[in-house]
Design a binder for this molecule. Structure first.
Ligand SMILES: [Zn+2]
Length: 373
């Protein structure tokens, strides 16, 4: 069958014993999601996230620190290690920029401020106090509040569309002045943010990611509280700028920002932020970009390179994709506990069919396969 090696950027002909052969399937390395939330508050845990990740084609996931409790101490980190032990998915962690932990470079790979409220002084003090490592930056001017961007046509508290770019510039500059020299901007949502990142690349290493929902939807698509996401959905001009930045490889990584909530209240002010996305991410990225090679590269090699994880293409650790299938998302069927999905009811193209880990098929066509089979 055909397989794509994203390290060498070339198609290969390979022998893989599929549980069920079918015309047109392709293989590639398992995906790496460098932006997912495991919650540990009843709304997601390592068992449910592992299944959701496998169904989405992800063999490795980097957890964000805003769990319950936050990933800020050795005790909490050890609890995470224990909960993720013996999993098929390789879990890695980003530790809070504000706690007592420092990345070890093996399992804890970087800092993150994602999901944790901070203001200018709090982040400045963190940069003053901490030893420099890669920082995953959720760029937001938290003191402005605001649920959606200002032009969004609904009656809710709003934030200026330039606020994300302001925060990107502020956070990178504050870090740079204190010895930090590697930044990864999470879920970029506006044209101004892309332009700001390009400018900052004159000073230091700044990588960035986009989510499937920011490539797919705009503020004019907001239908219900599943569309309440942080950062909010931008304008059509923003969406087009993100797609263009992907095309020109100015955006490094595709990440899910998988943010599960079992059910959201139908009140924009009360509903939490986020969309449950790990099970649909590949299909949504592929549908939005219409480029299979780019989608695979940005879900495999790119995050691993930024996080310093060496890998090469191995036939024992692959996923199988059906690129031509069309399907409609039904969030009720998710393995994640989070059924809040902005793509619910959306028709997408391409789907992950199976996953092989360490030489064994662990998932095929909606079924998890146990050891004995
Ligand atoms: Zn996040």
């Amino acid at each position: 069958m055909r397989a794509y090696d994203p390290w060498k950027r070339r198609w290969l002909d390979v022998e893989i014993d599929l549980p069920e052969p079918k015309e047109g399937l392709v293989a590639c390395p398992t995906f790496f999601d460098m932006h997912a939330h495991v919650r540990l508050n009843g709304q997601e845990d390592y068992d449910s996230l592992e299944k959701a990740a496998i169904a989405g084609g992800f063999g490795a996931v980097l957890i964000q620190p805003n769990t319950n409790p936050k990933l800020e101490s050795v005790d909490v980190l050890n609890m995470h290690f224990q909960l993720a032990k013996d999993k098929i998915v390789d879990f890695y962690w980003s530790v809070s920029l504000f706690g007592e932990l420092e990345p070890d470079g093996e399992r804890t790979l970087c800092y993150s401020n994602d999901g944790i409220e901070y203001d200018t002084l709090k982040i400045l003090n963190a940069f003053r106090r901490k030893k420099p490592h890669l920082v995953l930056d959720h760029s937001q001017v938290h003191e402005l509040g605001g649920l959606f961007y200002e032009p969004t046509p609904i009656e809710v508290p709003k934030r200026p569309i330039c606020s994300e770019a302001i925060s990107i510039f502020r956070n990178v500059m504050l870090g740079l002045e204190h010895g930090f020299n590697r930044f990864h901007i999470q879920h970029v949502s506006t044209k101004l943010s892309i332009e700001t990142i390009l400018h900052l690349r004159n000073y230091t290493k700044v990588s960035c990611e986009v989510t499937p929902h920011h490539l797919f939807f705009t503020m004019d698509d907001v239908k219900n509280t599943n569309f309440k996401i942080n950062p909010p959905l931008g304008t059509e001009q923003d969406r087009e700028a993100l797609l263009e930045a992907v095309e020109k490889d100015l955006v490094d990584v595709f990440a899910t920002d998988h943010a599960p909530h079992p059910e959201k209240p139908n009140d924009f002010e009360k509903a939490p932020f986020g969309t449950s996305g790990i099970e649909v991410a590949f299909s949504a990225f592929y549908t939005a970009t219409e480029c299979l090679e780019k989608t695979i590269e940005k879900l495999t090699v790119a995050p691993r390179k930024i996080l310093g994880i060496e890998r090469s293409f191995e036939l024992d650790n692959v996923i199988v994709i059906d690129p031509s299938i069309q399907w409609v998302v039904d969030a009720k069927k998710f393995y994640s506990k989070g059924k809040n999905c902005v793509f619910n009811g959306t028709k997408l193209r391409g789907k992950v069919v199976g996953m092989k880990r360490s030489g064994r098929w662990v998932y095929w066509d909606g079924e998890f396969l146990s050891d004995e089979e």
